[in-house]
Every structure is written in C-alpha cells, then in structure tokens.
Design a protein around this ligand. Structure first.
Ligand SMILES: Cc1cc2nc3c(=O)[nH]c(=O)nc-3n(C[C@H](O)[C@H](O)[C@H](O)COP(=O)(O)OP(=O)(O)OC[C@H]3O[C@@H](n4cnc5c(N)ncnc54)[C@H](O)[C@@H]3O)c2cc1C
Length: 463
C-alpha cells in the first residue's frame, strides 16, 4: 500500500488505545483514518521458543493489537485499576468501560468473568501488612486477546481504516504550536514519507515511549515526572498459589516495606508461562507473564512490583532503567533467574518443590548482589508476608526472575477531558505512552475519549 499524503486523523500504534480510537472515530462519522504500526500483523507475530531474545522488533511488545497481544488478557473493568492516578476518569468517562468490555466480548470467544470478592478468605488472619483489593475482571487469556486484536483490527479495516503495518513514525511535524503530520519510515533508509494530518493520536505504548519522549522534548513540551516500577516475577508450582487464585484469579495485594517502598502483586498467571520482552529502544530485556485459557502449564507466576517515586529517587525512570540494565549485565545481557534460597536463605523455610521453569530465556545470576539493599529488603518483606499466608511459596527452589519494568515515569501534560496535549494542539496522547495508564482497558478508554474529542473538533471546524 502506498503511503497516503494526507488524512483526517493519523493514529500512531495499533494497540488497544489506537484500535479503540479508530473504532470511535468511525462511529462518529470520521472516514479518513490511517494507522501506522511499526510491528507486524497479528498472525505473523510469534515469540520464538528457545533461549535467545534478539528479535529486531520485539514481537511481544510490537505489532497489530499492541503489547496486550501476548498478555494474559485480564481485562480489569474498573476505572481505578490499571491507572497511576486514583481519579483519572470522571464517572461519565468510566461508564465507557462497559463499551470496552462489550467490544472485547464481541471479538473473542470463551472469556471468563470474575466478579469482585469482598475479601479473600485464604488470607485468613495471617495477612498482617498485606492489603487486598478486588474488582470486576474479564479473563480472555492469551489466545483470546490475540483473537481480539486480529478480529477487531480486521473489522476496522473492513470499515475503511487504512492500517500500514511495518511503518514507523519517526518524526512529529508541527507548525506554530500545532501538529501538522508525521514522518514515517518502513525501515529502509530511502523511505521517509511525510503524512499530513489534521489531527494525530499518538498511541505508541510502552515500546514507543522513548521515541515519543524525545520527540515531545524536541517540540518544547515539558514532561512531568511520575513513578516508575521495578519488579521481580515469582514462579512456583501452580498448587502453591491456588488458594488465592481459586478465590480471585488476579488477586491484588499491596504492602509497604519497612523502608517505606510501596509494593503490589501484579499480573497473576495461574497455570501460566513466563515470557521475555525486548525493549529494543532501551536495550533492556525484561520478563513478563501470561497464561492461556486452553493451554495450561503446571506453574503459576505473579510479579511483585516496587514503585519508585520521585520523592525517593529524583528520576525514577532512570533509576529503574539503570537497575534493569545491571540485572541484564549480571547474566551476560539476559534476563535473570535466582532461587529463593540463594536470594534470601533465611526466608526459604519450606520444602523444595522440584519444578522446572517455563522461560528458558532467563539465565542464573545473583539478583541480591545487583539490587540495592533497600529493594532486596522490600521484595523479601513482601515475600515473607505472602509466605505467611501460603507457606509453600517459601520453598528454596521458588524462582525469582527479573527485571520486570513498567515505565510510567514521565507524564505528558494532557487535558483529561480530551487527552489532547496542552502544548501541541491537534496532538492527542493516549494509552500507556501518555504515562497515566497501565492496563489494556484503561488504555482503550483513553483512546475512546480522545476519538470523541477529535471527532467533535473535525465536525466543528471541517478542513
Ligand atoms: C506480556 C504482557 C502482559 C500483559 N498483561 C496484561 C493483562 O493481562 N491485562 C492488561 O490489562 N494489561 C496487560 N499488559 C499491559 C497491556 O498490554 C497494555 O496496558 C496495553 O497494551 C497498552 O495499550 P496501548 O495501546 O497504550 O499500547 P501498546 O499495546 O503498547 O501498543 C502500542 C503500539 O504502538 C506501536 N508503536 C510504538 N512506537 C511506534 C512508532 N514510532 N511508530 C508506529 N508504531 C509504533 C507498537 O509496535 C505497539 O504495537 C501486559 C503487557 C505485556 C507486555
């Protein structure tokens, strides 16, 4: 497909934020919509088995459907989950989450709804300093979330959206404080085409964050600083986490370490798998986890994320990235695994479980020697509290894998009513790239809000 010279709305990235934005632009009557996506079409996205992690473009993070496509497909249908700001959405905006759920159900088969629970009985009275939360959850699994991305995107293209896969936005174009379009490249040095656009929706997600940050700074946008998360992913026998998972699939527990670091359980995968993701722009290999509805392993995993605030570290993002790189270096450039007994021998009080890991890409290394003492203390504090509830978790061969990173450390100043940049008019910054959201549903919701605002602008001032 030739690169178009102009369109009404140009969307950068075909993750949930970009796809939901396109859907709502169409519903509002906007017809001339182009999406550029640097990754490949869904059906060609495969994370290769084996011990390497060197894909030029990470198939886990990039491509049609976005980073969520290798996720576990745990759709949090709550406006306060998956965001880094408690009251990010107004009640009226939050109601649009219903549409996110409806669209997901329309394009997937076999999702399972989990109603929120009032309390976790498995926590008993041994959960001192662990606080539990719950919320409505739709679990479509990794197979379901890929089906969703593929079918939703195909439906949008049938309705007229032009999706250019393998096409990367390389430069934002602006004049007099207003966006005018984007230069795109298909990876060949020879092709750097401008696409003019009345409005641009940047939905470049986690992998596009370094690029967007650089571009916005070049255009004089001052970015706010927020927290960043560094985590370890715990993998154990499926039976160990079953008491909590059976009560609520993606159980949420929070804890504050003795030194005041806030920790939370994140992305629990019952009978799941650990995966690698390659943050190419940063040169960082990280771990993550997912599970399928149809294919089950004998292991379960969850991440324990430590939130680094600007009050603790002036530049949380730089701190997290530096530590993630050090973790990689400790394993010769790879992701790391370490047994609990080697990480904190005093904590490993249970009997060995004797299980094999699900991610052959991690290499053995001493996380405890790379991480600052305050973080070792924080993770062991959380593990000790969770181990008090689930004693077999403290088996000596429980595996800790790292780094798991989430970089929400910058925030693009946007109008929360529209998600339009307050500095560059005509540019809407949505989804995880804006730095406020952390889940598929919250990212999708920002795409919807921006699309509605963009459509009204086009109607009010037809060009
Ligand atoms: C392994 C994994 C598991 C996860 N599990 C869950 C889960 O169970 N539930 C949940 O709610 N969330 C989960 N998440 C998070 C969820 O995937 C994200 O919150 C969501 O995908 C964010 O949507 P987005 O549209 O903002 O960005 P993304 O989904 O990251 O999409 C951004 C897209 O933009 C493209 N892009 C980037 N830069 C450019 C550029 N310069 N030009 C063109 N295209 C570009 C990328 O290739 C990508 O396809 C998981 C994430 C991962 C990686």
């Amino acid at each position: 497909m030739n690169t178009p010279r102009h369109c009404d709305v140009l969307i950068l990235g075909s993750g949930p934020a970009g796809l939901f934005a396109a859907d709502h632009l169409l519903r509002a009557g906007v017809r001339d919509i182009v999406i550029v996506e640097q990754g490949r079409p869904m059906l060609r996205r495969v994370c290769p088995d084996g011990s390497g992690c060197d894909c030029r473009r990470c198939e886990v993070l990039d491509g049609e459907g976005g980073a969520g496509s290798f996720s576990d497909g745990k759709i949090t249908l709550s406006a306060t989950r998956g965001t880094h700001t408690e009251s990010l959405f107004t009640p009226e905006q939050a109601r649009l989450l219903g549409e996110v759920g409806t669209t997901l159900r329309r394009f997937t088969t076999g999702g399972v709804d989990h109603a929120p629970v009032d309390s976790y009985t498995a926590l008993g009275d041994r959960h001192e300093d662990l606080h539990a939360e719950s919320y409505p959850l739709l679990h479509v699994g990794s197979d379901g979330v890929r089906e969703f991305g593929h079918r939703f995107s195909a439906d949008l293209q049938r309705r007229g959206v032009r999706l250019l896969s393998g096409m990367r936005a390389t430069q934002l174009m602006a004049r007099d404080g207003r966006i005018t379009g984007v230069i795109v490249s298909d990876g060949r040095d020879s092709l750097h085409d401008p696409i003019g656009a009345d409005l641009v929706i940047a939905a470049v997600g986690m992998s596009g964050t370094p690029w967007l940050e650089e571009q916005l700074r070049e255009h004089g946008v001052t970015l706010d600083t927020g927290p960043a998360d560094l985590g370890i992913r715990v993998e154990t026998d499926a039976a160990v986490l079953a008491p909590l998972i059976d009560e609520f699939y993606d159980f949420k527990l929070t804890h504050t370490s003795p030194s005041g670091i806030r920790l939370r359980s994140f992305c629990v995968n019952g009978h799941g798998f650990l995966v690698n993701e390659y943050h190419q722009a940063l040169g960082i290999r990280a771990v993550n986890g997912h599970s399928y509805l149809a294919r089950r392993s004998g292991r379960s995993n969850l991440a324990i994320m430590a939130t680094i605030t600007p009050e603790r570290e002036p530049d949380p993002k730089a701190y997290v990235r530096t530590l993630a790189r050090k973790i990689n270096e400790a394993a010769g450039g790879h992701t790391v695994h370490q047994s609990l007994t080697s990480f904190a021998s005093w904590l490993a009080t249970g009997a060995p479980i004797g299980f094999a890991q699900t991610n052959p890409k991690t290499r053995p290394a001493r996380l405890d020697q790379v991480l600052p003492g305050v973080l070792v203390e924080a993770y062991t504090s959380f593990l000790a509290k969770l181990g008090a509830v689930l004693p077999p978790l403290l088996a000596p061969d429980t595996l800790l894998c790292a780094p798991e990173i989430k970089y929400f450390a910058y925030r693009v100043p946007v109008d929360p009513a529209t998600w339009e940049s307050t500095d560059l008019r005509g540019l809407f910054v949505v989804g995880n790239a804006a730095g406020y959201t952390a889940s598929l549903s919250a990212a999708a919701l920002t795409g919807i809000i921006a699309a509605q605002a963009a459509a009204s602008q086009l109607v009010a001032a037809p060009r």
